[in-house]
Design a protein around this ligand. Structure first.
Ligand SMILES: Cc1cc2nc3c(=O)[nH]c(=O)nc-3n(C[C@H](O)[C@H](O)[C@H](O)COP(=O)(O)OP(=O)(O)OC[C@H]3O[C@@H](n4cnc5c(N)ncnc54)[C@H](O)[C@@H]3O)c2cc1C
Length: 398
C-alpha cells in the first residue's frame, strides 16, 4: 500500500518537488509519478538564448531521475478531476487515467496573448521550447536590415531584445513597452539598461501599448505603427486552461489558490507550485511567476507533504526575494538588488560581472533541479498511514 503521489510537470518546480519528496520518504511507502510532455528538462529561463541561436545543454529527465525512485511518465496532461482524484494523460498509446492520493500541480504557464488581435496569428513566443525554436528558425532566415519588434518591457522582453540584438547586429531590433524602459529599476539600474540598449542599437518605444499585431507591423494605442518583419510577444505569462476546468479554487487568471504550505485552499489533497500557484509571499504580496520564488515554493510543498504523511512538524521554508537577475546579451547583465518583498533597492551589479553572476544563477537553478535536497542530508522517513489519513479527513471537514 504505497501513497500515490503524482507530480504534473517536470519544469523547475515540479522536478524539484518530486525529487525532494523522494529523498524525504521511504521508497516502500510512496509511489511518485512525475508526468511531463517533453523528454528533457527545459531550462525555460534560457529560451531567449535558444531563440537567438545558442545551443543549450540537453538534460534528459530519464537521466536526471535515474535511481531516485521517481517514476517518469512522458505524456501530455489533458485533465484533472479533483473530486475523483484522477488525472487524464495522453501519449502515443492513447488516453489513460491515473489515480492519486496526493497531487502536485506544476504545469507552469505559457505566453499570454492578452486577447490582442493578431498576436496568436502573427507573433512569436519564447515562453516554451517549441515557441523559441520556431523563432530561432525564423530569425535564422531573416534578411539583414529587417525589423524585429519585441513587445513587453518586463524582464523577459529586456532579455529577448538584447539577446537578439547582440546575436544579429544586422537586424533592426526594437522594444515596445507600455511603460518606461526599466521604470521599476533603481536610477543606476535604469541608466545601465539604457546604455546597453544604446550600445546594441535597440530602438525603444516607451509608453507604447501594442493594440494589434499584423504580419509586417504592430499598432500602438497612441496611433503609431512600428514596422515588424518579426514580432516577439513577451507581455506576461498565462496559466494553462486545465486549472479552470477543475473544481479547484482558482483566481480569475486560473492560478490555483494555495496556502503557505502550497496546498490548495479548496482541496487538501492537491498542492500547486510554480507559475500555476497563487501564493502569498513576504508582505502579503502574491509571489510573482519566477524561479526565484518557485524553487523555495517547491521545497515548501515537498516538505509539507512529507511532514503531513509522517506526522512531522510542518516546515516553514522562507520564501523571499534577493535580486532580479537580468541577462543583457552574453556579455552584459544587470543584477538589481531587491527587498524581501521584491521592492527595488539602490544597489545594482552591472557589466561583465553581472553577466557571469546571471549565468551562475541559471546553472545553479538547473543544478538545484538535479539535486533537490541541495546539500541537505537525506533522511527518509516512514509514512504514518493512519495519522496521515486521519489528518487529511479532519482537514477536509475543517
Ligand atoms: C525567456 C524566459 C526567461 C526567464 N527568466 C527568468 C529569470 O531570469 N528568473 C526567474 O526567476 N524566472 C525567469 N523566467 C520565469 C521562469 O522560467 C518560470 O517562472 C518558471 O519556469 C516556472 O516554473 P514552473 O515549474 O512553474 O513551470 P515550467 O518551468 O514552465 O515547467 C512546466 C513543465 O510542465 C510541462 N508541461 C506543461 N504543460 C504540460 C501538459 N499539458 N502535460 C504535460 N506536461 C506539461 C512543461 O513541459 C514543463 O516541463 C523566465 C521565463 C522565460 C520564458
Amino acid at each position: 500500500m504505497q501513497h500515490r503521489t503524482i507530480v504534473l510537470g517536470a519544469g523547475y518546480t515540479g522536478a524539484i518537488a518530486a525529487g525532494r519528496l523522494a529523498r524525504r520518504l521511504r521508497r516502500e511507502d510512496i509511489a511518485i509519478t512525475l508526468v511531463n510532455s517533453e523528454p528533457d528538462f527545459v531550462e525555460r529561463v534560457r529560451m531567449h538564448q535558444l531563440a537567438a541561436g545558442q545551443d543549450l545543454k540537453l538534460r534528459p529527465l530519464s537521466e536526471m531521475f535515474a535511481g531516485t525512485g521517481v517514476e517518469l511518465k512522458l505524456a501530455k496532461v489533458t485533465g484533472v478531476d479533483v473530486d475523483r482524484k484522477t488525472v487524464t494523460v495522453v501519449d502515443a498509446n492513447g488516453a489513460e487515467e491515473l489515480a492519486y492520493d496526493t497531487l502536485v500541480y506544476a504545469l507552469g504557464s505559457g505566453w499570454n496573448t492578452q486577447g490582442i488581435p493578431g498576436v496568436a496569428e502573427h507573433a512569436h513566443e519564447i515562453a516554451s521550447r517549441p515557441g523559441a525554436l520556431r523563432l530561432r528558425e525564423r530569425l535564422a532566415h531573416l534578411d539583414a536590415g529587417l525589423a524585429v519588434v519585441v513587445v513587453g518591457g518586463g524582464l523577459t522582453g529586456l532579455e529577448a531584445a538584447t539577446e537578439i540584438a547582440e546575436a544579429r547586429p544586422d537586424l533592426d531590433v526594437a522594444l515596445a513597452a507600455s511603460g518606461g524602459l526599466g521604470d521599476w529599476l533603481s536610477p543606476k539600474g535604469r541608466g545601465h539598461l539604457r546604455n546597453v540598449f544604446d550600445k546594441l542599437g535597440i530602438t525603444v518605444y516607451e509608453h507604447s501599448a501594442v493594440t494589434a499585431v499584423e504580419a509586417d507591423h504592430v499598432a500602438t494605442a497612441d496611433g503609431n505603427t512600428i514596422p515588424a518583419a518579426v514580432t516577439v510577444w513577451t507581455a506576461g505569462f498565462a496559466v494553462h486552461p486545465i486549472t479552470k476546468a477543475t473544481a479547484l479554487e482558482v483566481t480569475g487568471t486560473g492560478q490555483i489558490v494555495v496556502d503557505r504550505t502550497m496546498r490548495s485552499v479548496s482541496h487538501p489533497d492537491v498542492y500547486a507550485v510554480g507559475d500555476a500557484a497563487y501564493a502569498m509571499g513576504p508582505a502579503d504580496k502574491p509571489l510573482r511567476m519566477s524561479c526565484a520564488s518557485g524553487g523555495p515554493g517547491a521545497w515548501q510543498a515537498a516538505d509539507a507533504i512529507a511532514a503531513r504523511l509522517t506526522g512531522g512538524k510542518l516546515p516553514n521554508v522562507p520564501i523571499r526575494y534577493f535580486n532580479q537577475c537580468v541577462s543583457l546579451g552574453h556579455r552584459e547583465g544587470l543584477i538589481q538588488y531587491v527587498t524581501a518583498d521584491d521592492r527595488t533597492k539602490q544597489a545594482v551589479l552591472t557589466g561583465r560581472l553581472a553577466a557571469v553572476y546571471k549565468e551562475l544563477v541559471c546553472k545553479g537553478a538547473a543544478w538545484a533541479v538535479a539535486n533537490p535536497t541541495l546539500a541537505l542530508p537525506t533522511r527518509r522517513r516512514r509514512v504514518a498511514r493512519e495519522k496521515a489519513a486521519t489528518t487529511s479527513a479532519v482537514e477536509r471537514l475543517a
